[in-house]
Design a protein around this ligand. Structure first.
Ligand SMILES: C[S@@+](CC[C@H](N)C(=O)[O-])C[C@H]1O[C@@H](n2cnc3c(N)ncnc32)[C@H](O)[C@@H]1O
Length: 352
């Protein structure tokens, strides 16, 4: 990510330099025109009568000069603004929009939260939900289904499920995390959610009770937690988009897991590749993937990192996940995608 930002900056700096050179050259031309006018031979009386007086001629040169300066200053300001919005807050990196993207930040305005009978927590309004579920019930069922999968994997690894500290890495507006509320109430679990989407985190901060510790994350692999804090760190469809620094992210998550703690993350493998190839006509698939993926019937390499700031998809072959992630974690296992909802495999690994 940093390398890309620097590369883009290094492309932008010459562009600004070019604009500035163009301004200097235009100004030189204006000066030359003025000089030409001043040294022009005396004109006939008739022509003189049509020629503006010298002071007017200077005025028009002055107007031309200020016009040129204003236009160029405007162009430079616009270019700088583009660079700022694109590369300072990286708003489009991996689908998020930190709300400090604008120069001036105001609190986000959300639609009303949705209340569903029997649900202790409000649902986010549709605009603040991750994924495209058709009904409130679907949204709830999908999150609950994945919560159960995560709990199943965690039980296989952890010696005890008492007073767990659990973190959702890339929690969005709490689609899965919300379903751990019973554990919070009944078993004193500590629940934490982190997402780089400041807007989604702000929604949770306003609508979920304070037992849900939620934080805006960073694009860089740095998390605001002590070493050995969590028993479980899970993340659905986050490492599928971490193109840059995935290894540093693994190390950071390992640091904040307790010894023996479990990492549960979904990834794209050959299976997701096949899914995308089979759905190549779907506009959403086309839009989020490059022709390379759609045109290769099989995954052509051990790993493929596709995309840039606005969209990216990361694929690893299953064996490569075990090999790569196995450098940082023990007992790395890649499970098949679940029966419903997803084409992503789950990786389960233990901190030594
Ligand atoms: C495909 S969405 C999945 C959201 C959520 N896990 C779910 O399944 O409902 C990916 C999420 O990961 C978040 N994300 C991506 N990179 C992140 C990072 N480095 N740290 C925290 N969150 C990140 C995005 O903002 C986005 O909310």
């Amino acid at each position: 990510m940093i390398r890309n930002a620097l590369r883009a900056m290094s492309l932008a700096v010459p562009a600004i330099k070019r604009l500035s050179d163009q301004r200097d050259s235009l100004l030189r031309e204006v000066e030359a025109l003025k000089a030409e006018k001043a040294s022009a031979p005396r004109q006939t009386a008739e022509m003189r009568s049509r020629t503006p007086a010298p002071s007017r001629s200077n005025d028009s040169a002055a107007i031309a000069r200020s016009d040129v300066e204003a236009i160029v200053a405007h162009a430079i300001e616009a270019a700088k603004q583009d660079i700022r919005s694109e590369y300072t807050s990286l708003p489009r990196f991996a689908y998020h929009l930190p709300f400090d993207y604008e120069m001036q930040t105001m609190p986000p305005v959300f639609d009303e939260p949705v209340r569903v009978d029997g649900e202790p927590l409000p649902l986010p309004p549709v605009a603040e939900r991750h994924g495209s579920t058709t009904t409130d019930q679907d949204y709830l069922d999908w999150g609950r289904y994945e919560r159960d999968i995560i709990l199943g994997y965690a039980r296989d690894v952890l010696p005890s499920m008492e007073r767990i500290s659990i973190m959702d890495f890339g929690c969005s507006s709490g689609r899965i995390l919300r379903h751990f509320y019973p554990e919070v109430k009944e078993n004193q679990w500590q629940v934490t959610g982190v997402d780089v989407s400041a807007r989604r985190i702000e929604w949770m901060r306003r609508n979920f009770p304070p037992e849900f510790q939620v934080y805006t994350g960073s694009f860089l692999p740095v998390m605001p937690f002590e070493d050995n804090t969590f028993d479980i760190i899970y993340g659905m469809s986050v490492f599928t988009h971490i193109k840059y620094l995935w290894d540093l992210w693994l190390l950071e998550l390992r640091r904040i897991l307790k010894p023996g703690g479990v990492l549960i993350q979904s990834v794209h493998t050959e299976h997701a590749w096949d899914y995308f190839v089979d759905h190549a006509d779907d506009p959403a698939v086309r839009d989020s993937l490059g022709p390379m993926i759609i045109n290769h019937k099989q995954m052509p390499a051990d790993f493929v990192y596709y995309g840039d700031l606005d969209k990216n998809q990361v694929f690893w072959k299953k064996d490569i996940v075990v090999e790569f992630w196995g450098r940082y974690f023990d007992d790395v296992k890649v499970y098949p995608p679940p029966e419903r909802y997803s084409y992503q495999n789950w990786v389960v690994a233990r901190k030594p």
